[in-house]
Design a protein around this ligand. Structure first.
Ligand code: SF4
Ligand code: SF4
Length: 376
């Protein structure tokens, strides 16, 4: 049986008690962490956003876990590698308040890029060698602290997806070039997860503020008031998705990890019943609906059914992060003009959508796509 705990928490000022309860309900921190071990606490630090935006794991969740790890005599470290286009790590630490809490708790923040990396063959058919940061490789164990969010390419981002941050810097962008489609990226992510699985001591999901709609950075904030924990990140993801009314058999990521609905018979739940959380009508990205249309419909309608990435000039602040985020150079710009997407080259990886700080990257839809895919 896999234990999953669900704890209700309506405000980050109460995170310390809620996190403690969630970890106690799956056995307590001493079951997962031993004295003197170097434990990497890995939040989701996608981009330099204030914690109230629900893009990154909230610092009070990180603080609570730091304290738990210290209580058993282990040495906590905190770190994550942000989206590939983000270069100023010090600014990211400052804006996400990671620097503040790490100073206050006297804990080292590790820079995944500066730590160097090593190459591995993880058995992916598209990407022969994958680099992982030494900051992750050198620790004794990982406490995985994802944010509960939707994701344009994968539909959702939680425990398994959070491990993609173990790939340092621009390499994340590079790998998207070879794994740009949902199935390929799901395959790649599942292999990364399996590579680190034994090192993950437990996963604790920050779902006090979650993100629905077109995440992982441009979606809408949803107050789900949830802290969830488990020793198994993939099973926890599957459970939460199911409770959010997402059909887990539509997830290539979970399929790769051989997680089906049968797994729900092997879960031992503790804490609050899931009906007590604000999960009803949680919205997933609308683009994935196109992927899920029956193949015969897609075949018949062919080229009349499309969605294309598009930049909204009114919202664009010309930061040019999307250009750095695009793995194949499909975004161009002339002198001081707004960037634009060269549609023929675009491979629909949505890295630009993920990195845009001002929600200026959206989608154009064909008339038929508008009929089949209503905005979520
Ligand atoms: S589309 Fe977004 S990321 Fe690209 S330049 Fe405009 S604001 Fe920056
Ligand atoms: S334009 Fe955006 S979606 Fe298209 S390939 Fe570049 S980053 Fe990916």
């Amino acid at each position: 049986m896999t234990k999953i705990s669900l704890v209700k928490c309506d405000d980050y000022s109460k995170a310390d008690n809620a996190v403690r309860e969630a970890v106690n309900l799956i056995g307590g921190v001493s079951v997962f962490v031993r004295p003197s071990e170097r434990i990497l606490i890995k939040p989701n630090l996608l981009s330099p956003k204030d914690p109230s935006k629900a893009v990154t794991t909230h610092p009070e969740i990180v603080r609570a876990v730091i304290r738990l790890v210290k209580e058993v005599g282990a040495v906590p470290l905190v770190g994550d590698s942000p989206g590939g286009a983000i270069r100023d790590i010090k600014n990211l630490w400052k804006v996400t308040l990671m620097e503040k809490i790490c100073v206050e708790e006297n804990v080292k923040l590790v820079n995944f890029e500066a730590a160097g990396s090593k190459e591995f063959d993880i058995g992916d058919k598209n990407i022969k060698k994958v680099n992982f940061s030494n900051a992750v490789l050198d620790c004794d164990g990982i406490v995985n602290l994802p944010k509960l969010k939707t994701h344009m390419l994968m539909s959702f981002s939680a425990g398994v997806k959070n491990l993609y941050g173990c790939v340092p810097g621009l390499m994340k962008v590079e790998y998207h070039k070879y794994a740009s489609k949902n199935k390929e990226f799901a395959d790649f992510l599942s292999k990364i997860y399996l590579f680190f699985k034994d090192k993950i001591r437990f996963t604790l999901v920050d779902g006090i503020l979650s993100m629905e709609g077109n995440g992982p950075s441009a979606g809408d904030i949803r107050k789900t008031n949830l802290i969830a924990a488990s020793s198994d990140a993939a099973i926890l993801d599957a459970y939460l998705l199911n409770e959010l009314n997402y059909n887990i058999s539509d997830s290539d990521l979970l399929k790769n990890l051989k997680i089906t609905k049968d797994i729900f018979n092997k879960i031992e739940l503790a804490g609050e019943p899931s009906k007590n959380f604000n999960f009803k009508n949680f919205r997933f990205p609308n683009l994935r609906k196109l992927d899920l249309l029956p193949r015969f419909i897609v075949r018949i309608l062919g080229k009349l059914l499309w969605m294309k990435v598009d930049i909204n000039k009114k919202m664009c602040v010309k930061c040019m992060l999307c250009i750095r985020a695009c793995p194949i150079g499909a975004i161009r710009h002339k002198s001081n003009a707004h960037p634009y997407v060269y549609a023929k080259k675009c491979i629909s990886c949505f890295c630009c959508h993920e990195m845009c700080p001002s929600k200026a990257v959206g989608f154009k839809k064909s008339i038929l796509a508008k009929i089949f895919i209503k905005d979520s």
